[in-house]
Ligand binder design. Structure first.
Ligand SMILES: *Cc1c(COP(=O)(O)O)cnc(C)c1O
Length: 376
């Protein structure tokens, strides 16, 4: 069996060092925040190239707290893609704002900067246009949305930028790390992410000391001093055991991203001449960290069933765009996202994790080829 993802492989590789880290936390007597969390916050912020990191309970909270720390709140509007994890939009709404839906570029599956510009300009003309405050840009599947392109739109319209980096730990474009150019950025350390804990975790990173300070007190009831809330916050703290694990895996991140890239290259090489398969396109080749390797085919279900019958797991990221999900219909009455709607039924994520043996990846592409050569 070749699974679609396999986070336990990272634990098995680093078991001894992780056991030492966990023992250190247990012996320390600090079980909430404390030195282990602070050490990881500093190490991960430095890795991203920004001054501050605030460890939180998960990536969804990180997006909500990044928005709230920047002053986005009830009545505000935030531009966001619909082709993303539901968490992106759930966080916008948790912050009190509502989404302005932006379509994707159908080749890269990323936020379409031309559509962003057009939607922002049109919204600004309408009643309440000044309530549009921010963009949440998602570096989906490990591919970055162009930093220069995003910053140009945000500067032109006076918008704050939050990068959703939950799928892009370590991605680098022209020397700029994912997470380093937004006003604040959010990371998830869900186990299957490029940098994943063995449980939940997340972080807000920012170059702005005041934004970091505000995120840090909002993650703990809005306390500036113990037991006195100056704002209504939430409880969302990174667990020190997970911080100890993440410190070990951070040292492996570049090497593991390199393995993901090599696997993506292998897939792309082996599938290049299969005309029925649309391969993923990165807007800046060499910058992507391949959280997922996503192909597009006419009949996704048939291909997924065939692969499953031959012991290969696949997944779909994501089958229903957020603006089509029952809970979000009320927020989506005027959504018009043709590219988002067109791709959702055809995308398929092949197995992708750093410990996937290249021979197994080659077996996957052999099976994809076999499927199309026997198809009428
Ligand atoms: C995983 C993910 C999140 C949410 O992270 P959690 O830690 O699961 O809350 C947000 N956005 C994107 C794009 C993700 O992939």
């Amino acid at each position: 069996m070749i699974p679609q993802t396999f986070p336990k492989a990272s634990l098995l590789e680093d078991r001894a060092e992780i056991d030492l880290g966990l023992a250190r936390v247990l012996e320390s007597g600090w079980y909430i925040l404390g030195p282990e969390v602070e050490a990881f916050e500093a190490e991960f912020a430095r890795y991203c190239g920004v001054a501050h990191g605030v460890g939180v309970a998960n990536g969804t909270d990180a997006i909500e707290l990044a928005l709230r720390a920047l002053g986005v709140g009830p009545g505000d509007v935030v531009a966001t893609p619909s082709h993303t994890a539901v968490a992106t939009v759930a966080a916008v709404i948790a912050a009190g704002a509502r989404p302005l839906w932006i379509d994707i570029d159908p080749a890269s599956y990323l936020l379409d900067l031309d559509h962003l510009e057009a939607q922002v300009a049109a919204f600004r003309q309408g009643p309440g246009g000044d309530r549009l405050k921010a963009v949440v840009a998602v570096h989906l599947y490990g591919s970055m949305v162009s930093p220069a392109g995003l910053l140009a739109v945000c500067r032109r319209h006076g918008l704050l930028l939050v990068e959703d980096c939950a799928q892009a730990h370590g991605a680098l474009w022209n020397g700029q790390r994912a997470g380093s150019f937004g006003d604040a950025s959010a990371f998830s350390f869900y186990p299957t992410k490029n940098l994943g804990a063995l449980g939940d975790g997340g972080m807000v990173v920012t170059a702005d000391a005041a934004v970091a300070e505000r995120a840090a007190f909002l993650r703990q009831y809005g306390w500036k001093e113990r037991y006195v809330s100056f704002e209504v916050g939430i409880n969302s703290r990174l667990d020190p055991m997970q911080a100890a694990i993440l410190r070990v895996f951070l040292k492996r991140l570049d090497e593991r991203n390199e393995k993901r890239r090599a696997l993506a290259d292998l897939y792309s090489r082996n599938l290049a001449d299969v005309s029925e398969v649309v391969l993923p396109v990165s807007p800046a080749p060499g910058t992507a960290v391949y959280h997922q390797y996503v192909i597009r085919v006419a009949d996704r279900h048939a291909l997924a069933d065939f692969l499953k019958a031959h012991g290969v797991g696949t997944a779909v990221h994501y089958p229903v765009p957020v603006h089509r999900q029952p809970a979000y219909l009320d927020f989506a009455r005027d959504a018009d996202l043709p590219h988002t709607d067109a791709v959702a039924g055809h995308i398929l994520s092949l197995p992708m994790y750093p410990h996937l043996p290249p021979d197994d990846a080659a077996r996957v592409t052999d099976l994809v080829k076999a499927f199309f050569s026997r198809s009428p």
